[in-house]
Design a binder for this molecule. Sequence first.
Ligand SMILES: *Cc1c(COP(=O)(O)O)cnc(C)c1O
Length: 396
Amino acid sequence: MADLSKLHPETQLVQGGINRSAYGETSEALFLTQGFVYPSAEAAEARFKGEEPGFIYSRYANPTVDMFEKRMCLLEGAEDARAMASGMAAVSAALLCQLQAGDHIVAARQLFGSCRWVVETLAPKYGIETTLIDGTNTDEWEASCKANTKVFFFESPTNPTLALIDIAAVSKIAKARGITTVIDNVFATPVLQKPIELGIDVVCYSATKHIDGQGRCLGGIVLSSKEWIDENLHDYFRHTGPSMSPFNAWTLLKGLETLSLRVEKQTANAGQVADWLSNHDSVAQVIYPGRDDHPQAPLAKAQMKGGSTMICFDLKGGKDAAFAMENALEIIRVSNNLGDAKSLITHPATTTHKNLSEDARLEQGIGPGTVRLSIGLEHADDLVADLDQALNGVGR
Ligand SMILES: *Cc1c(COP(=O)(O)O)cnc(C)c1O
């Protein structure tokens, strides 16, 4: 068997982690079972003692879920992983499993809404202190460290304004102080950004996004070193039960087969749409990490292999213009989801980020005319034509 860890991601995404049953099936088998039977009482004892390999209960591990975890480990360059029921199960487990009362988290304030709730509202209930900073300012990470700082947490590019955080620089600050770094790598995808190579300790995904990529099921995963998982996540995961369903793992394995094809095509489409939007009279500003006018273009080139499938832009006409455009779109649909084969558009101020105060929104660059666009697999010319007809008559 070839050592897949040395092969290209395209090969890993199709072949990685396969564990064929005695039937020699071509496609990954779906083990839709809660539990497992043992050949004898002695075998059950040995398995529970960890003296013999084998599955015990699907809350702990399942052969189909295991294939998904192994394939993701290959792609990410991680030693071990735990798949979970959703992206939020993954993020909350990655944070809470390693923290206790008296610890301190430093997090970028530019976070996905539920991630921000976990660090800002949930963690303090358990005596864990949180400091939210402007993650794009590397000095603020350093300045916010205290003796009890245990974890740095952030996403890059950020949602929805696609600001970048210098992953290597933040990891370096953390390493020097024994702080664990946790990144939510959803917007970049494992195809375009490799956090572990940049020094990150723990990587989280919502597999609901690009990994499925076809709008079917929820999923999440936490990847790290074997040591970190054994010491922090292993017991937490087994006993709190955020496990992924085998059916979802099977669906996500099929999603992974086409992940690099989809992300590359969607990124190429996004580049074309972003360029077109940047020349439109109704548009005040386009933020796209693949364009030279992105405020952090050199950092984008250093840490990402492409501009991503996401675009953020501001309409001069504010909320009225954003709503008029959204309502006039015929191909691009209004949805808070992202990373899908279908192009989707969101007005963050009234949906995903409505729970933030207006000041907190403006601090992150989310104005009344800000829209977030997730670019799909449609032909880019058709997406441009749809935006063109929808922006017709929208205030300039
Ligand atoms: C969607 C998303 C999540 C949450 O994932 P779910 O699968 O919906 O639980 C977390 N972080 C980011 C950046 C996301 O886009």
